[in-house]
Design a protein around this ligand. Structure first.
Ligand SMILES: *Cc1c(COP(=O)(O)O)cnc(C)c1O
Length: 390
């Protein structure tokens, strides 16, 4: 395609936007017909059962957000004022903020290069450094790519530390054949608008421990004691998912595998389409199957910095701005938590004296991965990127 043929897309191409199928409305209608739009009802109960059974975990509590689920997971892990929680560094702030809600102190663990997730070597260094003070580990599966979950669960077992898995981005991804969001003692998923499936907003806490999930439900509905009047022995929250929202989630769940298949096709098309350029796709472990929520690239450092003799300078931001000119959304990689002003005073542990998260952040870009993007549109996106290098 020549420069003059290439037009700005009339309809914006998004990073990842909701894709509705119509079935969602049937479940929402049921909620209306039964008058149970709120507080609870059939859809909430069924969505909990359906998700738990799909993922292969015993219990689930449907909540207003993945962040609410993470908050309750941190509470269930018993995190209190001054406790250390070892957290993924290269992730979205929602993974780690709930630690602060409970007065805990995050220590950020650098990423590795095989999956861009928490580096088990750095994790072990931190477990040793903070032995006796560490209450929990929170690991995220970035962009739908499973972390080194065997190594991380083994380390948590060895050091007697509770593992919380943030599978907000990785619903339907598997590691050694097992669903992500089932490796932690407490696990979280999200149905936010940009995730692989959405209920318009919402999340879930998952666990094999019945009492834990019951406790989460109790906290999420204002922690009412069983008394005829409103009596509270504990601090509660208004975190429960509504029956309308759960209806949307049930409709979407029926399309999860289809969404995953399309996400993978998008990733594969980028991989093939960008071959020969000095860029790499976001990597994944061969024992895992990501859900390919977002396709990402990193540009070779010398090309990004303009010191390559072979290629002209192309920084990730150059690509982002060029795509924007064509009405195409892309986004920088999550800025690592240890580089965030709000967490400037937190410790950061990396394995080889090398800050992997910062490197990926500086050279990386999330490409449009919306499943409504057509093959032709994606080819045009690939062309736009290629033309910057050639
Ligand atoms: C989206 C997301 C969350 C938060 O989920 P919400 O439902 O938006 O509250 C948490 N962690 C990660 C890694 C996320 O991407």
């Amino acid at each position: 395609m020549s420069e003059k043929d290439r037009k700005r897309f009339e309809n914006r191409i998004y990073l990842s936007s909701p894709t509705m199928h119509g079935e969602e409305q049937d479940f929402v209608k049921e909620a209306f017909d039964s008058n149970w739009v709120a507080p609870l009802g059939e859809n909430v109960d069924r969505l909990e059962e359906e998700i738990a059974s799909y993922m292969g975990i015993k219990y689930a509590a449907a909540l207003t957000a993945g962040t609410a689920a993470l908050h309750l997971a941190v509470k269930l892990a018993g995190v209190e004022e001054g406790d250390i929680v070892l957290c993924s560094d290269l992730t979205f702030a929602a993974t780690v903020n709930p630690v602060s809600y409970e007065g805990g102190i995050q220590v950020f663990i650098d990423a590795e290069r095989e999956s861009w997730n928490m580096d088990p070597v750095a994790l072990e260094l931190a477990l040793k450094k903070y032995q006796g003070r560490t209450k929990a580990v929170i690991v995220a599966n970035l962009y739908g790519t499973p972390a080194c979950l065997s190594e991380i669960t083994r380390l948590c077992d060895n050091y007697g530390v509770t593992l919380i898995e943030d599978a907000a981005e990785s619903l339907s991804a598997t590691y050694k054949g097992k669903q992500t969001g089932t490796f932690g003692k407490y696990n979280c998923i999200s149905f936010n608008g940009n995730k692989i499936i959405t209920s318009s907003g919402g999340g879930m806490l998952l666990s094999d421990e019945k009492e834990a999930v019951e406790k989460a439900r109790f906290w999420s509905t204002q922690a009412r004691d069983s008394a005829p009047w409103y009596q509270h022995s504990e601090l509660g929250y208004n975190y429960r998912m509504s029956n309308v929202v759960a209806g949307i989630g049930r409709g979407q769940l029926r399309h999860l595998e289809e969404h995953k298949k399309k996400k993978k096709e998008i990733y594969e098309r980028y991989r093939v389409g960008l071959t020969g350029l000095p860029v790499e796709m976001n990597p994944y472990l061969s024992c895992s199957e990501p859900n390919f929520w977002l396709s990402c690239i990193t540009v070779k450092r010398d090309v990004a910095e303009g010191t390559s003799r072979e290629w002209r300078q192309v920084a990730p931001e150059t690509i982002r701005l060029e795509l924007e000119r064509y009405n195409v959304e892309s986004r920088p990689i999550w800025k690592p938590m240890h580089l965030q002003p709000v967490y400037a005073d937190r410790d950061f542990v990396c394995a080889a004296g090398e800050d992997v998260g910062r490197d990926i952040f500086e050279r990386g870009l999330c490409l449009p991965s919306d499943i409504k993007m057509t093959r032709e549109e994606q080819n045009a996106v690939i062309e736009i990127i290629r033309s910057l290098f050639l």
